[in-house]
Unconditional design. Structure first.
Ligand code: NAD
Ligand code: WQD
Length: 351
């Protein structure tokens, strides 16, 4: 279902993990896309592969701009030369541990970058935004599944940037009700495009579970540290809601369509998860099954700040966005392994 009028979307952080997968889907759905990315946590090769995946015709509808949201001039340059119908705002730093050691970097990048973006959007009367929020805004939820109206709290500076940016979005909408903003709270994005050409490629040692498992599987790391084996869960390891990145990408298309179609959307938050909880040990087994590789594990103490079990209520997104995750853990592991197996060193050609 291509869009009848070609809508022009600015995608900040479009060279990153979730950004690249979403850009592929946007182009396939008939949108025109401009990316702005400073390549702080990504490489231009990822954008080249997006072009390869969508083919030469759709590629013509994709523009890449090297730019930093912290420089208002970089954003202004884009808005002054074309009209955007909406912005999907992925750009941000996301490493929880790094944010604890260097909170100013997170406040500077995530908060100032976003404020610059809002200012420029307002100046050019582009008032529709899909914002990358996170399940981190639920902190350690007292109940599961997490519902969008739960109390919000942040556990670390990264999480605080997401919480503040949600509050900023709500304040902007209160002051200027014509803004339409969808806050998408992603749970744990994993997997890769089924082609195995694009995927997550973290710099340095991964913080997150799946990229870590992937690097053990290809021999880059010797074993997986399993943080916590005494949680009150089915097998003692912590439980999360893993969601395939292609489902997430489609969630953004659904959110955009909602923004365009519903003048009453206001500033609304939606969970993007599967609603299924999977433990760390279950994820390891699923990956072993998908890859045929043994993942050696070491049982370790809990990681500080980690919650026991977090998963989404998916009702609101299903009902209001008409979106539901299609893929389960087996497909997530299959596609993650396909990406890893074809690109053991990520986008690098060799070490
Ligand atoms: P990513 O690091 O792969 O992508 C983010 C992109 O933004 C990168 O390409 C980076 O170079 C770019 N960027 C960062 N700061 C910028 C700036 N000031 N100006 C221009 N570009 C900038 O991360 P991702 O996993 O694709 O995450 C995308 C968004 O989703 C982030 O906002 C993240 O906080 C949020 N999120 C991610 C997860 C996750 O686990 N991956 C979960 C919840 C929310
Ligand atoms: C998942 C589970 C770990 C690594 C983080 C951010 C959150 C959001 C998503 C951006 C936990 C365990 C992990 C390892 C392990 N990101 N684990 N060994 O912590 O649920 O969420 O990413 O918004 O804000 O906090 O994801 O992948 O780091 O961990 O045992 O080497 O895997 O303890 O139980 P998390 P994760």
């Amino acid at each position: 279902m291509g869009s009848s009028v070609e809508q022009n979307i600015l995608v900040t952080g479009g060279a990153g993990f979730i950004g690249t997968h979403t850009v592929v889907q946007l182009l396939k759905e008939g949108f025109k896309v401009s990316i702005i990315d400073n390549l702080d946590n990504s490489v231009i090769e990822a954008v080249d592969r997006v072009r390869e995946l969508v083919g030469p015709d759709l590629s013509k509808k994709l523009e890449f701009n090297l730019g930093d949201l912290r420089n208002k001039g970089d954003i202004e340059k884009l808005f002054s030369k074309q009209r955007f119908d909406a912005v999907i705002h992925f750009a941000g730093l996301k490493a929880v541990g790094e944010s604890v050691g260097n909170p100013r970097r997170y406040f500077d990048n995530n908060l100032l970058g976003t404020i610059n973006l809002y200012e420029t959007m307002a100046k050019y009367n582009c008032k529709m935004m899909v914002f990358s929020s996170s399940a981190t805004v639920y902190g350690q939820p007292e109940k599961i599944p997490c519902m969008e109206d739960f109390e919000l709290k942040a556990m670390n500076p990264y999480g605080r940037t997401k919480l503040f940016l949600e509050e900023i979005a709500r304040d902007i909408h209160t002051a200027e009700p014509e803004w339409r903003i969808v806050l998408l709270r992603y749970f744990n994005p994993v997997g890769a495009h089924e082609s195995g050409r694009i995927g997550e490629d973290p710099k340095g040692i991964p913080n997150n579970l799946m990229p870590y498992i992937q690097q053990v599987a290809v021999g880059r790391l010797p074993e997986l540290n399993v943080y916590g084996h005494d949680y009150p869960t089915k097998d003692g390891s912590a439980v999360r809601d893993y969601i395939h990145v292609m489902d997430l990408a489609d969630g953004h298309i659904a959110a955009l369509r909602k923004l365009f179609a519903d003048p009453k959307i206001g500033c609304t938050a939606y969970n993007l998860g599967t609603g299924q909880g999977t433990s760390v040990l279950e994820m390891v087994s699923a990956f072993e099954k998908a890859s045929g590789k043994k993942i050696p594990i070491k049982l370790c103490p809990r990681r500080s700040g980690d919650a026991t079990a977090v998963y989404a209520s998916t009702e609101k997104a299903e009902k209001e966005l008409g979106w539901k995750a299609m893929y389960g853990v087996d497909e997530m592991c299959r596609d993650q392994w396909n990406w890893a197996n074809n690109n053991p060193w990520g986008y690098q050609k060799k070490l």
